[in-house]
Design a protein around this ligand. Sequence first.
Ligand SMILES: [Zn+2]
Length: 234
Amino acid sequence: MEMMEKLWTYMQADSKAEQINRELRSSPLRQKLEKMQTYILERQQAYKTMEQQVANHADRKDALQDVLQRAKGQLEALEQRFAQQPPQDTEQVDAMIEEIKRCQRRISEYQHELERIFADAKGFTSRAQTIRSETARARQQFMEMKDRYTEELASRKTAYQEARAAADAQAQGIPEDLMQLYSNAKKHTWPPMARLVGSQCSGCNTALPSAALRKIDAGDSYVECENCGRILIK
Ligand SMILES: [Zn+2]
């Protein structure tokens, strides 16, 4: 049946267009780009987290500097009192010395914590710089890759459009209902047509019932394989 041969030719042209389309979607460059994008987003997130930590640290540092200042003031006041109103007995002396010592201990604790914070801040700053330069490098690579991909896409798209137009040209003259049958079959199987080999569908190697074979021989209706749904052609 001539019409079926026409559809078969159309399928070959359609197949070429589909192939280009598949390649377009699975382009290694495109996959790399997607990975790179995810990486950049992760780095940006890490940088934000780092900035938050730096801000928290700065707050803690300010608070510590305040209490340190206050403790130093207290110590000064204590020392003045000790000089201006010297204690009268050893008990008072011991109490005052104890008070001064407590104050000095607090001051030294605050100072230690501040030193720790300064050291941490240095670490944060250098890590933040690393993250920033990693992100910048990745972004640079991303942009370069994107340019290449855009070029690739443009050339492949033209190739696809040409292949699609060629297929459309082949579809000229094929009845609407047969094209509909074809696109339905295409939705769940590829290729959507199969040659009959002996009494078997060459798509799935299932033997066809004699009624179906007779129909194909008569050539007055379209027959689909009962097993795989492909349109059968002699
Ligand atoms: Zn089949």
